[in-house]
Design a binder for this molecule. Structure first.
Ligand code: SRM
Ligand code: SF4
Length: 552
């Protein structure tokens, strides 16, 4: 008999994701929750963590670890009203570390909540119609969508699909409302969940919508990627890509990064939603429930075969996908500064280093965004490149927002950053991520400064090379899609990957293992020298890919 992974029992016996979360929350003797409840908690958008910087000090004092919680919001398409921003700002200051973190999936995380802070935080979010349901766990996660409204006159109608898909794939359980918001259990509510049943999905599930020419969402790294097809100014439908996923595990050759395979085209809202729904049910029924390292859709598809998967989808949906329509991307980076959409509204994209919104020596970003929210004249959109767009500004209000961007140093900083910094990303890693083997977002700013010096030595300071760093091979900052990917292998050490393209359409390859900073910089110095010497018209990533086997 196949041995199911422990998570399967925990989900099944959880009575709709309730477990003993309510009891654990009320237990003031410990800052933590039981192990089973920690698994269930993820489905409510939260993780139990501890401050890894303080483990040793606490152990010496024989104290339990300094437990705290991270909450991740569900914000399909990454859009927040000014009122929602104000609430988030206050929650961050009152209950969390103060820093608001924009994630690589277009949403917000707060870290450092004590157990007693969780309910007040969720109440404050609920008051402004924000929630964290299914932001983590074995369910569909935050649905992301290309963020820049200027890319297409149809941005709003494509964008609306993010919410529609998110709603369709929400778990039916009302546990969230009972546990965190003290709402009465409604006896008459039927919680039967036709999509998720009582064991949900075998693993996390991710969906992205890209609006060409932008691939700011890295659409092919998702379990399902929808690529909008716009013909004669109308939304014709979507090309559907399946089986993207990036994570690997050091030393486990059976794990690999995979780009989504485009399996066809579908049009009409009903059919688009049906297609997404039935792909979810295939993964629910065929996904591996005994080995979580083999449980993502990419492995399900590679085991079934793409053609068998396509036929199964047809059987379930009742219609064949049409042949994929032509598509191409021209950019993936965010467009900093002001841009205007087709209906005349203005949008300002501000640089947020690794998504950390705080006040520091570079800019008073947190105070500035708060002041902007207080005017009520702009909304906020988050990008999958961890930046923020100050959105929906009427022409008559642009000067007011512009003055605030200057007053808080936001515009100056966004203007000042180098192309390589503007394109860089790092994941959270230490001190909160329990899986981190090396630093990422705390180290990346200083690392980029050193790379800037090396680039300048070769006259490459204007190159917008995409560099991404993660503290482990899970790949939360999508380093496998970078021109230069750095993947933590141990304290202060990284595997160096080279050769991704600039548009997110080609995976890079591991070039060297376990390097420290001086080894990385010295290698980059040599590679940049060769790249300039050869005077090629290619991007650095294309150059590395083409000459991979002859690189020094
Ligand atoms: Fe991630 C786990 C942070 C995007 C692949 N990720 C984690 C956890 C929750 C660690 C944990 O399991 O305890 C990290 C929390 C750190 C912290 O303290 O906040 C974490 N992941 C993040 C974020 C916040 C990184 C960031 O700096 O922005 C991103 C949150 C996205 C969101 O809003 O939902 C984040 N994670 C990603 C991405 C990128 C993406 O989806 O576009 C990936 C690679 C794509 C993919 O899924 O294939 C990613 N995270 C993982 C994995 C490996 C999954 C797998 O297939 O094996 C894990 C570990 C796991 O699930 O077991 C993980
Ligand atoms: Fe943590 Fe690894 Fe994800 Fe970075 S890549 S946040 S270290 S799980």
């Amino acid at each position: 008999m196949i041995q199911l992974s422990p998570s399967e029992r925990i989900k099944k016996e959880s009575s709709g994701l309730r477990g003993t979360l309510a009891e654990g929350l009320a237990d003031a003797l410990t800052g933590s929750l039981s192990e089973d409840d920690q698994i269930l908690l993820k489905h409510h958008g939260m993780y139990q963590q501890d401050d890894r910087d303080r483990r040793e000090e606490r152990a010496v004092k024989k104290l339990e670890r300094l437990y705290s919680f991270m909450i991740r919001l569900r914000i399909p398409g990454g859009y927040m009203s000014p009122g929602q921003w104000i609430a988030t700002h206050h929650c961050a200051g009152k209950h969390a570390t103060g820093i608001i973190k924009i994630t690589t999936r277009q949403t917000i995380q707060l870290h450092g909540l004590l157990k007693s802070d969780i309910k007040p935080t969720i109440r404050s979010f609920d008051a402004v119609k924000l929630d964290s349901i299914a932001a983590c766990g074995d369910v569909n996660r935050n649905v992301v969508c290309s963020a820049h409204p200027s890319v297409s006159p149809l941005h709003e109608s494509v964008f609306a699909y993010a919410s529609k898909i998110s709603e369709m794939a929400l778990p039916r359980s009302r546990a969230y409302y009972e546990i965190w918001l003290d709402q009465e259990k409604i006896a008459s509510t039927d919680e039967t969940d036709p999509l998720y049943g009582d064991t949900y999905l075998p693993r996390k599930f991710k969906i992205a919508i890209a609006i060409p020419p932008d691939n700011d969402v890295d659409v092919l790294s998702n379990d399902i990627g929808l690529i909008a097809v716009i013909e004669a100014g109308e939304l014709a439908g979507f090309n559907i890509a399946v089986g993207g996923g990036l994570s690997t595990t050091h030393g486990n050759a059976a794990t690999y990064a995979r780009l989504g395979s485009v399996i066809g085209f579908v049009s009409g809202e009903e059919r688009v939603l049906k297609t997404v729904y039935e792909i979810l049910t295939i993964q629910r029924d065929y996904g591996n429930r005994s080995d979580r390292k083999q449980a993502r859709l990419k492995y399900t598809i590679d085991k079934m075969g793409l053609e068998a998967f396509r036929i199964e989808l047809f059987k379930r949906s009742g219609f064949m996908l049409e042949e994929a329509r032509p598509w191409s991307f021209r950019q993936r980076a965010d467009h900093y500064g002001w841009e205007q959409n087709q209906s005349g509204r203005w949008f300002y994209t501000a640089f947020v280093e690794n998504g950390r919104i705080c006040d520091d020596d570079n800019q008073q970003l947190k105070s500035g965004l708060y002041a902007i929210a207080e005017t009520g004249l702009a909304a906020f959109r988050f990008t999958c490149n961890q930046n923020v767009i100050i959105a929906d500004v009427k022409a008559g209000h642009r000067a007011i927002i512009e003055e605030l961007l200057e007053r808080y140093g936001i515009a100056q900083y966004t203007r000042r950053i180098s192309p390589v910094r503007g394109n860089a990303m790092a994941c959270v890693a230490l001190p909160t991520c329990p899986l981190a083997l090396a630093e990422a977002q705390r180290y990346m700013p200083a690392f980029i400064s050193r790379v800037e010096e090396v680039l300048a030595n070769h006259g490459l300071q204007d190159e917008a090379i995409v560099i991404r760093m993660t503290g482990c091979p899970n790949g939360c900052a999508r380093p496998y899609l970078a021109e230069i990917g750095l993947i933590g292998s141990g304290e202060g050490r990284y595997n160096l990957h080279l050769g991704g393209d600039r548009l997110g359409l080609r995976l890079n390859r591991k070039f060297r293992e376990n390097l420290d900073e001086s080894e990385i910089l010295s290698l980059l110095d040599t590679l940049f020298a060769r790249y300039t010497r050869e005077n090629t018209a290619e991007t650095f990533g294309d150059y590395c890919d083409r000459s991979f086997n002859t690189l020094p």
